[in-house]
Design a protein around this ligand. Structure first.
Ligand SMILES: *Cc1c(COP(=O)(O)O)cnc(C)c1O
Length: 410
């Protein structure tokens, strides 16, 4: 492999032109789209239009005239296309943590005779915290059972109400077999909740084909919705009539503008709304999703796999002697769209790399994460990133004192 070969790959890339839709500084190689997706030009345009025309001139009329009031449902329907769900099964609201609370509590109460929420010890902490909080709130002998990945299947017994898993692991990038685990959970009589924060916009998804009951995920990672973008939740059509949200907000009421003193849950997915949607943030997310819907998804997944295969190959070829090892699965079919690289000096190396314009991130104890987002990453970026990675370690640049100091956000 050579840099010239990477240039040729970029020239042949059917998604090459998509990069121009993003605001990317030419001096920066951005490989952190799994933490915060890049800003797109359509998002700027849409937020500006919302500010100037819809809020500025339209004022309160825009709730009707600009379709603000329908935004959670409308944007949810757009997202459904990326998730392999039907319109009416996805809604955009709140953040992932709050949506986890709604679905965890809702699901636990659908299986009151089963006390266990089963999950994986290595899952993203907020998922563990929210499950523990729901168990604490609902009581009744409920418990969270967090087991190693290898023990998930044998732990699916008649006491499990819900299996909650992160589909793509935020550290290693390991991707669960959604179809097989959903089937195993159903076989045991449990419901399933998938956290898709590192999946949507990163890997192919088909929630309906996998018979998934519940799902949540982030808007600000691969979907490029912006910092703190609204998140989403999915409730399968078959569960919608019986399941309730524990948060009885007015926006989830069957008719909010009747101002009735008693709560009546809205139909279907609408009942998972709680309060007023944040329209500035919704506008940015909707523009970003429209970009996603303009690309052929199979082409995007193919490119994402090709980029990560290239990164792994270059790290193997050039980094092994310098102490780097690939911590992500080598099989692209069980891996998400980021690659974790292990090095005992990972934190300092990542800081030195960022100082040299290659932006990835770090997860303790020793993982550097590099995301290969298919909409704006080039093959030549992967080449140049590995080049600088090698340079930083071979030349010991990471030993400069400032890099040892931990920042608030890594
Ligand atoms: C990023 C991420 C979250 C983030 O939750 P927020 O409430 O949006 O901060 C939750 N779960 C997983 C698996 C994540 O990767």
């Amino acid at each position: 492999m050579t840099r010239d070969a990477c240039v040729l790959l970029d020239r042949a890339d059917p998604l090459g032109a998509m990069r121009d839709q993003f605001v990317l500084d030419g001096g920066v190689i951005y490989l952190d789209g799994n933490s915060l997706g890049a800003l797109s030009h359509p998002a700027i345009k849409q937020v500006r239009a919302l500010l100037e025309a819809e809020w500025g001139r339209g004022l309160i009329r825009s709730w009707n005239e600009a379709g603000w009031i329908d935004a959670p449902r409308r944007i949810g329907d757009k997202l459904a296309a990326l998730l392999g769900a039907d319109p009416g099964e996805v809604i955009v609201a709140d953040n992932t943590s709050v949506n986890l609370f709604k679905l965890l509590a809702g699901a636990a109460r659908l299986r009151p005779e089963r006390p266990v929420i089963l999950t994986e010890v290595e899952t993203f902490p907020t998922d563990l915290y929210l499950a523990a909080g729901v168990v604490d709130l609902l009581g009744g002998g409920r418990e969270v059972r967090a087991v190693p990945r290898t023990e998930l299947r044998e732990s699916l017994d008649g006491r499990v109400a819900l299996l909650m898993l992160t589909h793509v692991d935020y550290c290693s990038g390991y991707m669960h077999d959604m179809r097989a685990l959903t089937e195993a959970a159903h076989h045991a009589g449990a419901l399933v909740l998938w956290d898709l924060s590192h999946s949507a916009g990163a890997v192919p998804l088909n929630l309906n084909a996998c018979a998934v009951d519940l799902a949540v995920g982030c808007g600000y990672k691969y979907l490029n919705g912006g910092p703190g973008a609204p998140a989403y939740l999915y409730v399968s059509r078959h569960l919608q009539p019986e399941m309730r949200s524990p948060l009885w907000g007015w926006m989830g009421h069957a008719s909010p503008f009747d101002f009735s003193p008693t709560y009546a849950p809205g139909d279907g997915i609408a009942r998972y709304l709680c309060g007023t949607p944040p329209m500035l943030a919704m506008a940015a997310l909707e523009a970003a999703l429209d970009l996603w819907l303009s690309v052929d998804l199979e082409t995007a997944w193919r490119k994402s796999r090709a980029l990560s295969e290239l990164l792994i190959r270059l790290v193997d070829e050039r980094g092994a002697d310098l102490g780097f090892s690939v911590a992500s699965p080598r099989d692209p079919w069980v891996r998400g769209s980021h690659v974790a690289i292990r090095h005992p000096e990972g934190y300092r190396i990542m800081r030195a790399l960022i100082a040299r314009g290659v932006i990835g991130d770090f997860r303790p104890p020793d993982l550097m994460r590099l995301a290969l987002t298919p909409l704006y990453t080039r093959f030549v970026d992967v080449w140049d990133a590995v080049d600088r990675l090698v340079e930083v370690v071979a030349g010991r640049a990471y030993e400069a004192p400032p890099y040892a100091q931990r920042l608030a956000v890594t």
